[in-house]
Design a binder for this molecule. Structure first.
Ligand code: MLT
Length: 309
């Protein structure tokens, strides 16, 4: 074919701006992870990569929107563990996490932390549990809606302690953290992306991290297992998806860009400061994400459908 006279199949991807849809408010953990990788991905792709926040219904509004978008590689979804919990939590989802998306790759592994507004009172997790048992009616816990990681953690915390607290939903934990700092809510279980700086700055009180290992930037914060709530274990994971039907070569270009971004020392450093880790190149692949997603859908379907929930 003559140069410049190519048909659709010869058109090089990308030749337009790529939008990564973030299902939660700006300034929160998902937004932060996305903004860290967007520029280096754009450099590798030779295109502008912009971030669009589409809040609502614990991340399910954004996922529904991307599921229905053109499968051309210009609309990409960054989502987290919520992609795997949504089917167990919603009867009326307008998307299927497996059927309606093509996986691009895993992005990060993210611990969560149980934090309170400064000066709530308890000085460790054991004290916090006793406090929640005594004061349950008056204690508020913020989260980012049914389907969010913070909501999942809030559920598991209340189950582990055997209390029902007053839940306060937000469009993301960015705004939830703002209210925690302002003292309008008492508790939040959120990703270290959003809490490490506030914990280290002494602006919130930390009780535990939800992963089996302590977090390097938070060496003084015990794990939930160490501090007495071994059943409360959650590891958040972020991943990139495109609508099902996206051409293989487009997915491959996004996969390469993701792997390049995650290997960038500046990206690794920024993530480490936030207590999060980029996944290995082997995990930043469609195969690894497909496996993680199906395994997590099965896990959370079991956990969330236990009697009493
Ligand atoms: C956010 O970006 O606001 C969070 O990922 C919300 C959450 O899932 O808790």
């Amino acid at each position: 074919a003559l140069a410049g006279c190519s048909g659709g199949s010869d058109a090089a991807y990308p030749d337009d701006t790529i939008e990564i849809v973030v299902p939660f408010a700006a300034g929160g953990p998902t937004d932060t992870v996305t903004r860290i990788v967007a520029d280096p991905m754009g450099e590798e792709l030779g295109a502008q990569v912009v971030v669009q926040n589409v809040e609502g219904a614990g991340g399910t509004v954004a996922a529904g929107e991307v599921a229905a978008a053109d499968p051309d590689g210009y609309t990409v979804l960054m989502h987290h563990i919520g992609m795997s919990t949504a089917p167990a939590l919603y009867d009326d989802l307008n998307f299927d996490p497996v059927e309606d998306f093509a996986p691009v790759g895993l992005v990060t592994e993210v611990p969560m932390t149980i934090v309170s507004r400064s000066g709530l009172g308890p000085s460790n997790l054991e004290d916090l549990v006793a406090y929640l048992e005594d004061e349950r009616e008056s204690v508020t816990i913020a989260h980012a809606g049914v389907g969010s990681a913070s909501n999942l953690c809030a559920r598991l915390l209340q189950d582990a302690v055997g209390v029902e607290l007053t839940e306060v939903p937000y469009d993301g934990t960015g705004p939830a953290m703002a209210d925690l700092l302002g003292g309008q809510v008492d508790l939040l279980c959120d990703q270290t992306t959003n809490t490490a700086g506030q914990i280290l700055g002494g602006e919130v009180d930390a009780y535990a991290v939800t992963t089996p290992e302590r977090v390097e930037v938070l060496p003084d914060v015990p794990t939930t297992a160490e501090a007495g709530l071994p059943d409360l274990e959650i590891g958040v994971w972020h991943a990139l998806y495109v609508p099902a039907g996206t051409p293989d070569e487009v997915i491959a270009a996004l996969e390469t860009a993701l792997q390049t971004a995650l290997a960038d020392p500046a990206v690794v450093d920024q993530m480490a400061e936030l207590g999060i880790a980029p996944v290995s190149a082997a995990d930043a692949t469609p195969e690894a994400l497909a496996e993680r997603l199906s395994e997590q859908i099965a896990l959370w379907d079991d956990v969330l459908s236990e009697p009493g929930r």
